[in-house]
Structures are given as structure tokens and as C-alpha cells.
Design a binder for this molecule. Sequence first.
Ligand code: SAM
Length: 296
Amino acid sequence: MDLLPKTSEEFTKEEYWNEFFRKRKEVPFEWYGEYLELAELLHKYITVKDKLLVVGCGNSKLGPELFRFGITNQTNIDISPVVINQMKQSYPDVEFRIADVCNLEFEDSTFSAVLDKGTFDALCPAPTKSSNSTDSSVEEGHSSDLMLREISRVVGSRGRLLCVSLLQPHVASRLLSHFYSLGWMIRVHRCLDAETKTEERNTENTFVFPVFMIVFTKISLPGGMKPLLEASSMTNNKFTRFDNLDELLLYIKEQQNFAIRNRMVIWFHRRPCPAGLSSWIYSFGGSAFNEGSEIP
Ligand SMILES: C[S@@+](CC[C@H](N)C(=O)[O-])C[C@H]1O[C@@H](n2cnc3c(N)ncnc32)[C@H](O)[C@@H]1O
């Protein structure tokens, strides 16, 4: 079933998503990972006391599963009436509403937590051939800017946005710069469990990219103080702190390069190595092997 759009701009269109969910019917499609693989982080940052907004919920089970575990004060929104009607039928106890995340009807500071999995990634404009990969200059009023503006508005003081994202360079710079400029605390987690399980389910042999959960906390900083920037270690509960946003963005890029390089080696495992590929992988730091041979 071909569900991919011709241009990334189509991801911002209601008609595209209606067609997407009509074609998939009731078959769930979880972007980047399922509830169980993200549960540890989700429950670290969302508790039963929270009033939660799930933006661009699609037919993800994240909201309903959180509901099952006590986070009942929640609203799930999506621009597609097709998917909202499907979800209302499947989960009559959970609140689902047709709404545009770029133009929310909620009062300021209505929610203590907002959850996004894949929606900002979809709305963020991909760089064109003429722009560079982190280019964040798009026309004023673009959906990705409006989405961030609306989320910043409806989250109350000390509230959080949890964003599950691939953090491609154009997404990372746009998303993190927005909240950094507002003084929100930023904490980046890697979702290794989601990556591993996605790899295991990967029957179509597509490339699995690193997945991140970024937790943005709305804090009013005294004048002149810089927002706290942290990334969690993948091996223990410690955090690395960064002096400025460029350092954090560089850290994310290094994580991605390392993971992508390692996966590429696994991906080509036991296939004949195409001419020229070994030196290419080697340039990413992978181990060398002979062209035309099986990769060990
Ligand atoms: C990449 S999918 C992610 C779906 C779901 N969060 C998941 O993890 O499986 C993006 C979702 O955002 C929705 N969407 C796109 N534009 C939107 C908008 N302006 N307001 C609300 N939802 C939107 C789409 O209908 C789609 O369900």
C-alpha cells in the first residue's frame, strides 16, 4: 500500500491524512515505537495528576494505554475526522476530538502535559535542495511554527511537552531553538527500546533511524539565566549538561552518526558488498571489509 506523499508539504494537509487512515482502515500505525517500548519514559514524566493533551494522535494506542494506567484526564486531538471517528468507536471512554494543533481552542495554560509522537516531524518542512540541512527559514505562519506557538501557550507553568522525534537536523534546530529561546528546560533521551523493537518488527527491511524523546519543561527563569540543557546517558541514570544549544545539537548529531553507521553495517550483513561501499562505510568509521565479499 503506497501511503507516502509526493512532497513533505502534503503531511500538513487534512486530505492527505484522511486518505492515509481510510486506506489503513482500523490497522494501527505507530510511528517510531509502541506504548510498552516508551512506557518507562512516559510514566517518568506523565502522572495520574496530569491534565494531558495528545496532539496528532492518529490511531496510536499511546493515549488509550496511558488512560488504562490511570492517566484519565486526557484529550486526544487530530486534524483527520476519519481517524478521530475510528478512535472514538474503538475507545469510547477516552476523549478524542477533531482539532488543528496549529489553532487550538483551549485557554492559555490548560494542560500540565502535552505529548507528541511524530506530528512535529511531519509538519516541519524538509530542507529543499537549495537550502542546507538545518535551514529553519520558512515563510511566516508555517504550520510547524504555529504548532510550537500553540503548544507553548496551552502548557501551564512547570508543565511539560514530551516530543518523540527522529530529530533530523532541520527538526532538531527548529524545535530546540524555539523552546530554548523561551527559556524552557530541555532534556533529551534516546529511546533504544523502541529502536530495537522496531528493528525486530522490520519485515520490509527499511532503515531504522535513532529515536529520541525530548522533554521540554516550562520554567520562568530569572533574567539573564540560561535554560538548562541535558541529555541522558544510555548506560546509567546520569545526565550530561551542555553550555549552549549548539553543543547539544552537536551531541545529537554524533549520536545519530554513530547509530546510523552501526546500523548500516548490520543492514548490509550477509549481502554481497557493492563495489565502493566498503570504503564509503569505512569513511563513517565502520570496519573495513572486502568488496564483493560477505560482510562478517
Ligand atoms: C506522523 S503521524 C503520527 C500519528 C501518531 N501520533 C503516532 O505516533 O502514530 C501525524 C499525525 O498528525 C496528524 N496531523 C497532521 N496535521 C495536524 C494538525 N494540523 N493538527 C492536528 N493533527 C494533525 C495526522 O492526521 C496524523 O495522525
